[in-house]
Design a protein around this ligand. Structure first.
Ligand SMILES: C=CC1=C(C)c2cc3[nH]c(cc4nc(cc5[nH]c(cc1n2)c(C)c5CCC(=O)O)C(CCC(=O)O)=C4C)c(C)c3C=C
Ligand SMILES: [Fe+2]
Ligand SMILES: [Fe+2]
Length: 363
């Protein structure tokens, strides 16, 4: 039988909306075993690694999963807190902040759940919770401002894979990107202004985005363009001169060429070229994580200072900043337009609708 042996949607409010916030995911613990489990799931995703499966399987199991887990686990240990992985900790705060705001506006007919593409809480688990809440409309909200096949489309695959096991599907919408959303841009600009108020204006501002292999871009992935548009919009709102900022790409894995210029090489070059002060911001990450807290704030800081730079400041992600949560709620509202009953009709639900099942509810 195709469908999972669990009850489908009960009767329930036909109007209720589920918002599924999704981010990349993180290991359950900063140990080689947990990191290996996480990397095995992550790196077998064909959206992430576009190589023929037999070749990749040998490289992954023969080399990468033997070497990388203990190295990555050490990096995770450096950023782990008593609340666990920063990415998950922040994502939970984002989910509860968005839930709180939506409940204030729409009462208890909007349900927010958090899922992770790899690791826990899984996409299936988060969708299962929404199903238990009988949501009939589902808004999938990947927390990636810039679209990439490697992230956004991969989330789509995970959601639709799980939904393919459901008999009664909800109405479905999917937020594709928000790289040029005015509230997102303004929130980034405000975070830069706050850093400048505290630390002074630096000589240079670096926008560091997670990289992808260059050949994905050449094959049509719009990610590179989205990153540049985000940066340009921020810079134009800041009124920053052209020679004071740059977009770069970090986190390269393997020997292939990735999007350039690379963050680490840029900072080394700037340090040795006599640039004294740099601020680095990573607007592609909605939450601070290993890639920002360790790679940007520790590793790349070292490269800049060792090559002659004097002042280095990392501007944190928007995380659970109220402006970020308000922006997320604004996106939810914008993308649930045409589903106005979410707000308006919820109070008209009758006992007959909640007890007599779907046919009565739809009558
Ligand atoms: C090898 C291919 C990878 C691609 C392509 C890739 C794209 C990509 N990733 C993010 C966001 C994050 N990546 C994170 C960690 C991370 N990324 C890769 C590899 C690729 N990413 C690996 C192997 C890892 C794990 C850590 C390591 O071993 O180095 C994270 C942080 C997760 C955390 O737990 O904190 C994020 C976030 C984006 C946005 C992106 C493409 C646009
Ligand atoms: Fe990554
Ligand atoms: Fe990294």
């Amino acid at each position: 039988m195709k469908y999972k042996n669990v009850p489908d949607f009960e009767h329930g409010t036909p109007e209720s909306l589920g918002v599924l916030l999704l981010n990349l995911g993180t290991p359950d613990a900063p140990t080689p075993t947990a990191v290996r489990r996480y990397l095995a799931e992550f790196l077998q995703d064909p959206r992430v690694i576009e190589l023929p499966r037999p070749v990749w399987w040998l490289v992954l199991h023969g080399v990468i999963l033997r070497v990388r887990p203990s190295r990555s686990a050490r990096a995770y240990q450096a950023v782990w807190t008593d609340r666990g992985s920063p990415l998950l900790d922040v994502a939970r705060k984002q989910a509860s902040g968005v839930q709180e705001r939506l409940t204030q506006r729409f009462g208890d007919h909007v349900r927010v759940e958090l899922g992770m593409r790899y690791g826990n809480p899984s996409v299936a688990e988060a969708l299962g919770r929404l199903k238990e809440s009988n949501v009939r409309r589902l808004l999938v909200f990947p927390l990636y401002p810039q679209y990439s096949g490697t992230t956004t489309a991969s989330v789509f695959d995970a959601v639709t894979d799980e939904l393919s096991t459901w008999r009664w599907l909800p109405e479905l919408r999917f937020i594709n990107q928000y790289h040029d959303n005015p509230a997102y841009i303004s929130a980034i600009v405000a975070s830069i202004r706050a850093a400048w108020a505290e630390h002074g204006e630096p000589e240079r501002l670096l926008f560091s985005f997670h990289g992808i292999p260059k050949r994905y871009f050449m094959a049509g992935d719009p990610y590179h363009c989205h990153c540049h548009k985000t940066a340009r919009m921020v810079v134009s709102e800041l009124g920053l001169e052209e020679d004071r900022w740059l977009v770069s790409f970090q986190s390269r894995v393997g020997r292939d060429e990735w999007l350039q210029p690379y963050t680490d090489e840029t900072l080394k070059l700037w340090g040795s070229d006599g640039v004294k002060s740099v601020h680095v911001i990573a607007p592609g990450f909605s939450a601070d994580c290993l890639e920002t807290l360790e790679e940007i704030d520790v590793e790349n800081r070292g490269y800049f200072l060792e090559s002659g730079g004097q002042e280095y400041h990392y501007i944190p992600c928007l995380n659970d900043d109220p402006a970020h949560l308000d922006m997320m709620v604004g996106l939810v509202e914008q993308h649930s337009l045409g589903w106005p009953e979410t707000a308006a009709q919820t109070t008209t639900q009758t006992t007959a609708e909640t007890t007599a099942g779907p046919i009565a509810a739809q009558a």
